[in-house]
Design a binder for this molecule. Structure first.
Ligand code: G1P
Length: 294
């Protein structure tokens, strides 16, 4: 049985939808309550059993790698002042058995190109792709969606693409899945017949949008290596997955959690409110504040 141990997280994007905030800091380092967005995403991967995280990054984004590295002066200072709880929040952000490595994407040639930059590190193993703009929030006690997708892949080797329903006037923003008219149950998978990147409303085969979590076999890297440009002239992951469909089973997994797109302003604000209402230090104060708003 092929185990899924590696996750590719493309972080080389310019973050133009959240300018000017992302001019000098990576958009992945923007804070939701008290942690950068990238930390939530890495924690989601770790909770799903991932042991090796491969960041696909670029110049000017080293704050992301620094965040997961140790910070000797700060740790020594907090230890000296006996600030144990605070010290724990910056130490061991990932467990000791999880490694984080990075590769570079020297040119902005699309998501498929970014994923292919990790090909040598992924090697011949199946892997997960996580788009870091999208936070997936699963209810307390619920096995996270990514872990369920990995479980499904390990059971029957079918690639798993996380989907969620979007309003029909938003299909042009996403990869859209053709599931032969079948609507998968939340938390369940159904076979995909085809995938189309950013279709018009009339071209869209459904309103099931690719949400930013994928479990893929190693042969996707070979398909991406051919570098066929798709929508917008970029090398699209969606195109490679659509080709994979001719070789093996690919499933749409319908998510159970709630998503927040932190790569755009409204989604980022909504994430801060949703996560702030669940954080022990901020929940009560934030709720009172919202209730008192006109
Ligand atoms: C990318 C993918 C698209 C997917 C979307 C999810 O598009 O190409 O298939 O639906 O992420 O956020 P982007 O948002 O990078 O244009």
């Amino acid at each position: 049985m092929l185990k899924v141990r590696k996750a590719v997280i493309p972080v080389a994007g310019l973050g133009t939808r959240v300018l000017p905030a992302s001019k000098a800091i990576p958009k992945e380092m923007m804070t939701v309550v008290d942690k950068p967005v990238i930390q939530y995403v890495v924690e989601e991967a770790v909770a799903a059993g991932i042991k090796e995280i491969i960041l696909v990054t670029r110049n000017g984004k080293s704050a992301i790698e620094d965040h997961f590295d140790s910070h000797y002066e700060l740790e020594a200072e907090l230890a000296r002042k006996n600030k144990t709880a605070l010290l724990a929040t910056i130490q061991h952000i990932v467990p000791a058995d999880v490694s984080i490595v990075s590769v570079r994407q020297a040119e902005a040639k699309g998501l498929g190109h970014a994923v292919h930059c990790a090909a040598n590190v992924v090697s011949d193993e199946p892997f997960v792709v996580i788009l870091p703009d999208v936070l997936v929030h699963n209810a307390t006690g619920q096995v996270n969606d990514l872990a369920r997708m990995i479980g499904e892949f390990e059971l029957n080797q079918a690639a798993q693409i996380m989907v969620g329903e979007v309003p029909i006037d938003k299909v042009h923003l996403y990869g859209i899945a053709d599931c032969n008219g079948i609507m998968p149950k939340s938390g369940g998978s159904t076979a995909i017949k085809g995938l189309v990147e950013k279709p018009t409303q009339s071209e869209a085969p459904s309103n099931l949008a690719v949400i930013g979590r994928y479990v893929l076999p190693a042969q996707v890297m070979g398909l991406l290596a051919q570098g066929k440009p798709g929508a917008g002239g970029e090398i699209q992951l969606t195109v490679a997955i659509d080709e994979l469909l001719t070789e093996q089973a690919v499933d749409a997994y319908k998510m159970m959690g709630t998503t927040y797109d932190c790569g755009e302003k409204l989604g980022y604000l909504m994430a801060n409110i949703a996560y702030g209402l669940q954080h022990g230090e901020t929940a009560d104060g934030l709720r009172s504040f919202i209730e008192a708003l006109d």
